[in-house]
Design a protein around this ligand. Structure first.
Ligand SMILES: [Zn+2]
Length: 264
């Protein structure tokens, strides 16, 4: 369990999350990284779903408009395309619909467990959402919706995103920088004088641990989007529209519908 090696199929880079044994057959989580299918979709989830042949699977796709907030959706057909509710996280537990989120520097975060029943929460965690406490809100939401939720029995995957190597913000006169300094763990940022260097993946890791998750159940992808333009999309490195497309299904009905990418 962790991240499987990325594979290229006709130039399209695809990387799957390897579920732990207890979630095998109950969790399908796939990142469509850089490649012609995602170039064609230009960050539009309907186009991305069509480009990868999602319509042929019979699975409905939930694809919220992401607003750098802390609101979550539950898995309901009502929220699937063509509907586009505003949210930055999706709780998946039936396996009938797929959840999707898009990224180009912000970090995909996946939380999943089979206790007391299989579920997965996918999250859009950028600088702003992380500073606004999306990790804390995630665990609060899970506590409300999953009776018997236990942080210490939950797995977490922190996906590719902008690394500290490439992410600085102006120190003075920027409200978002001020929010980050006030709310992010001290160990996750460095004062460079005129600017602040933020380490968002590290902030996510520290927040998850501080909320009772265990180090051994936490996996980091580790690649910086801006440093790896051959494989990833980065807004800061010039990708204005194309996005990494993250698709997750979770729950007992996952095996009712098959996708060509589930066994790559
Ligand atoms: Zn970098």
């Amino acid at each position: 369990m962790s991240f499987m090696p990325a594979v290229s199929i006709n130039g399209q880079v695809i990387q799957k999350i390897a579920p732990p044994e207890e979630l095998e057959g109950l969790l399908d989580a796939t990142l469509f990284l850089r490649g012609p299918l995602m170039d064609r979709a230009q960050g539009d989830p309907e186009e991305a779903w069509r480009a990868i042949g999602g319509h042929a699977t019979g699975i409905s796709l939930i694809a919220p408009v992401q607003v750098h907030g802390t609101a979550f959706l539950e898995e309901k057909k009502l929220w699937a395309l063509p509907s586009r509710p505003r949210a930055d996280g999706i709780l998946l537990e039936k396996g009938e619909s797929a959840g999707s989120l898009r990224f180009a520097d912000c970090l995909p975060l996946l939380l999943a467990s089979r206790h007391p029943r299989p579920w997965a929460l996918m999250v859009h965690a950028g600088f702003e959402g992380t500073a606004k406490g999306i990790v804390h809100h995630s665990l609060e939401f899970l506590g409300d919706r999953i009776q018997g939720f236990q942080a210490n029995k939950t797995f977490a995957w922190i996906g590719p995103g902008i690394g500290p190597c490439c992410y600085t913000r102006r120190k003075a006169g920027d409200e978002k920088t001020a929010l980050g300094l006030a709310r992010l763990p001290l160990e996750s940022w460095t004062d460079m004088g005129e600017s602040i260097r933020f380490d968002i993946p590290e902030a996510l890791r520290l927040q998850l641990l501080s909320l009772g998750m265990e180090e051994g159940r936490l996996f980091r992808h580790g690649l910086c989007t801006s440093c790896h333009p051959g494989q990833l999309y980065s807004y800061r490195a010039g990708d204005r529209r194309a996005r990494i497309f993250f698709i997750v299904r979770s729950g007992p009905a996952v095996h009712n519908h098959h996708t060509w990418w589930e066994n790559i």
